[in-house]
Design a protein. Structure first.
Ligand code: FEO
Length: 392
């Protein structure tokens, strides 16, 4: 794709990746993604903000063909999907300086072996004059790495935010045109990588909303012409109350756990609680992560195998523990054949979750009448606790 004009002497560059379906060998990309870079031509200096994954460097270099001189490259975030092509761009423009936050310098030296003399370090709030345009660098750590920062182009009121406010969508839309679709993709992105750092991200949100922002230009997905849409969405995900929702990741081997899950879900619904259940053998983990943004309660459904939880459930529990959702309650349901330590093992795997654990329900073999009664009571208890918390 050719460079696309955003405003006078400000261009989108980068690569729209329609084909990749897994990011970091972990995160599903149902809609692909994009790696956005931005070129700003001031009256005196020209700057490139971020680059692309190294395998797409050729496309970025072709977009730069008509740019005879590059004074600066700004790296807002050291992760390689944005920094990966910096060495190739520096080879084309050997006199360009690389502008980073203090922490990013060491990271880029390690990750890409960029020589130390190439760097200019900028402190929080420091400005860079391009002549008639001015960039201000705002440190926004832990979005989702420790070195992250954003850049604000004062005269044009554009915030270049890199991963912050990003969404994994490959699209020909330079600007967001379908907010509902982008909301979904941005929430997925937040859930997958930002949620564990939401306390830091809240501080960063407070910091950047002090600026007069006309446009947000992230380094994944389309540009936001209405910044309040995505800022308000992030505020809700970070600070909004949990919902009257049970998220139920589960798996089953001989259908006993499935019978418990079906009965329990019906009981929850009868008690006015919404449910999202995810079969861990087939689910898109991004969907599970998104549901965890809103969950008031997490209930894990697992059979016992090899005296402990099913390995797919171990994976799901590890993920939930790493994502640190704001859910307030947790329980475990499931079936076993002859014994085991499923509850103890699972409970030991989720130290990051600040939850009240509600009495688990385990059935020996097929659920008995007593087991079903216990599931019904669990559903009633969850409904009552959600009501007490004011979850709606
Ligand atoms: Fe889009 Fe953290 O990289």
């Amino acid at each position: 794709m050719k460079p696309r004009k955003i405003k006078d002497r400000i261009y989108w560059m980068g690569y729209v990746d329609w084909d990749t379906r897994l990011f970091d060998s972990l995160i599903p990309l149902p809609d692909g993604t994009s790696y956005n870079a931005f070129l700003i031509e001031g009256s005196e200096k020209t700057v490139l903000i971020d680059t692309v994954e190294s395998q797409f460097a050729g496309e970025l270099l072709a977009q730069l063909d008509n740019i005879p001189k590059l004074d600066y490259i700004v790296s807002l975030h050291a992760e390689q999907d944005h920094s990966g092509s910096i060495p190739q761009v520096l080879s084309r423009y050997p006199d360009a300086k690389l502008i980073t936050s203090p922490k990013a310098k060491g990271m880029l030296m390690d990750l890409l072996r960029i020589p130390e003399e190439t760097f200019i370090i900028v402190s929080d709030g420091e400005t860079l004059s391009l002549g008639d345009k001015t960039l201000e660098f705002i440190h926004t750590p832990w979005v989702h790495w420790p070195e992250t920062m954003v850049a604000y182009l004062k005269e044009d009121k554009i915030l270049f935010s890199c991963d912050f406010f990003g969404s994994h969508i490959a699209t020909s839309d330079l600007y967001v045109s379908d907010e509902a679709r982008v909301y979904e993709a941005a929430k997925r992105y937040y859930a997958e990588i930002m949620m564990p750092f939401r306390n830091m991200i809240k501080k960063n949100l407070d910091k950047i909303t002090a600026y007069d922002i006309a446009v947000i230009a992230p380094s994944h997905g389309s540009i936001y012409p209405r910044p309040s849409f995505i800022i308000d969405a992030h505020k809700d995900w970070i600070e909004g109350p949990s919902k009257n929702l049970v998220v139920l990741p589960y798996i089953t081997m001989h259908n006993s756990t499935k019978k418990m899950v079906d009965f329990f879900v019906e009981s929850l619904v009868e008690n006015g609680v919404s449910v999202e259940q995810f079969h861990l053998g087939v689910t898109d983990i991004g969907k599970l992560a998104m549901a965890l943004v809103d969950a008031g309660t997490i209930v894990i459904g697992t059979p016992t195998v090899l005296a402990g939880p099913h390995p797919n459930v171990v994976y799901g529990a590890y993920l939930a523990n790493a994502l640190r959702p704001k859910a307030k309650f947790l329980s475990i349901i499931g079936s076993y054949g002859w014994g085991g330590k499923t509850v103890e093992i699972l409970a030991g795997m989720i130290p990051n979750l600040k939850v009240e654990v509600i009495e688990p329900v385990l059935a020996k073999g097929l659920p008995s009448e007593d087991n079903l009664k216990a599931l019904e009571n669990l559903a009633k208890t969850i409904a009552m606790k959600h009501k007490e918390q004011g979850f709606v």
